[in-house]
Design a protein around this ligand. Structure first.
Ligand SMILES: [Zn+2]
Length: 410
């Protein structure tokens, strides 16, 4: 890989050769992929990328840690739409607002970006089986992307995972283990099994390449805005890998001279489960919290990638903000009704946090903001109905309908 220098531990700084099945540092720290930005700058321009006819995340190969002959996995991941939403901007009281709908990926979440990378690296390293633990989306996305590439999967999910996500896993033919425990216990079981059976590890907090897939959402936002960077990017934070990836993506572009600005990141967690935000705000080490929010994808009391995430919030000059479950349900309604985008609870949590900050007057009126919808609402229809309410039920009788219509339009 000409564009990659090495892997470097974020805790002790030890450097490693960028082997495709690298895991964590011997000190236990998470590794980071270190790029040769001079090489990228000398060999690629923004126009090279903009003129690519590969409309997937793999259009960003100059910024991806793969060999030149690494095969792109089959599913079409990335290049999700970035919708400009002037009415929402007006409601929020900001100059410009865009919604990045990453629920439109093949298995309906942003996690497909990490899974596509994980599958590519597993094949590069010569594995035939890949495994992970997940609150749901990483699992369903790994199952789909691995199925398309002909890899076997072992997947560990906590038993509270929504049925839509479990259905995806089973349809994609994964070996699914529904763990009678919380996310932390699920993660530990998957780790023990992976160690014992020697599968390729698609746990984003262990496999540093996955974040490099996730970062493509930031590269896309920049390219879709004509290589201009918004003032703020809002998204939900769970394990910490996604916000860390978003920050890495924007920094890559900046370091390679493709852009001349970095955004501030708005990290949104649940009021009940916010270990990363709390640490980012206070500067104290993070502490475990209970898993207690209906937004299952971010119900992470013991985050596995806290250091990179806290660093992303602090280094970007970002804002940590917490929202209630009711505010998340309200954001589901608003995003659906104003933008025509159906996000799952964690998918719209970024939107919920942004709304709260705007109402508190903490976002300047001349700001430009992107909110990322990280997963599709059809994964969790129970909460969709909770947010939107039940439909009216009528007899097949026009008089009944007329009464209803007149009531409605009074
Ligand atoms: Zn280390």
């Amino acid at each position: 890989m000409k564009n990659v220098k090495c892997l470097k531990c974020i805790k002790c700084g030890k450097e490693y050769e960028a082997l495709p099945d690298a895991t964590t540092c011997e000190c236990g720290g998470i590794l980071d992929v270190i790029y040769d930005y001079d090489y990228i700058r000398e060999n690629f321009t923004p126009d090279d990328i903009s003129s690519s006819d590969n409309y997937t995340m793999w259009r960003y190969r100059p910024f991806l840690p793969v060999e030149e002959d690494t095969v792109q996995p089959p599913l079409r991941v990335g290049w999700s739409p970035l919708y400009e939403e002037p009415r929402m901007a007006e409601k929020l009281g900001i100059r410009k607002f865009w919604l990045k709908d990453d629920g439109l990926n093949p298995t309906a979440s942003l996690k497909d970006r990490a899974s596509s990378m994980g599958v590519a690296k597993a094949i590069e390293a010569g594995y035939d089986t890949i495994a992970c633990s997940s609150t749901g989306n990483a699992a369903s996305s790994l199952a789909g992307n691995a199925a398309a590439a002909g890899l076997k999967t072992y997947i560990f999910v906590p038993e509270r995972a929504p049925i839509g996500k479990v259905a995806q896993l089973l349809i994609f033919g994964a070996n699914v283990v529904s763990v009678k425990g919380n996310y932390e216990e699920t993660f530990e079981l998957s780790k023990a099994a992976i160690d014992e059976y020697g599968w390729y590890n698609r746990n984003a907090a262990i496999n540093c390449y996955l974040m490099e897939g996730k970062k493509t959402v930031a590269l896309e936002i920049a390219e879709q805005l004509g290589w201009k960077i918004p003032d703020y990017v809002a998204l939900s934070t769970g394990d910490g890998c996604t916000i860390a990836g978003v920050w890495k993506g924007f920094k890559d572009l900046y370091n390679a001279g493709f852009t001349d600005k970095l955004p501030k990141l708005i990290s949104v967690q649940s009021v009940n489960t916010c270990p990363i935000n709390r640490a980012a705000r206070t500067g104290e080490p993070w502490e475990p919290m209970e898993e207690n929010t209906l937004a299952d994808s971010i119900s992470v009391g013991v985050p596995r990638n806290p250091d990179k995430a806290i660093n992303a919030i602090v280094e970007s000059g970002g804002i940590p903000v917490e929202v209630t479950d009711d505010e998340i349900l309200e954001a589901m309604r608003i995003t659906g009704r104003e933008c025509g985008v159906f996000g799952e609870p964690a998918g719209v949590t970024g939107m919920a946090g942004l709304k709260k900050l705007c109402e508190e007057g903490r976002i300047p009126a001349d700001a430009s903001v992107v909110a990322i919808v990280t997963g599709n609402g059809l994964k969790d229809t129970v909460n969709g109905i909770k947010a939107a309410g039940e439909p009216v039920k009528l007899e097949p009788d026009i008089d009944k309908f007329r009464a209803y219509y007149e009531q409605l339009n009074k």
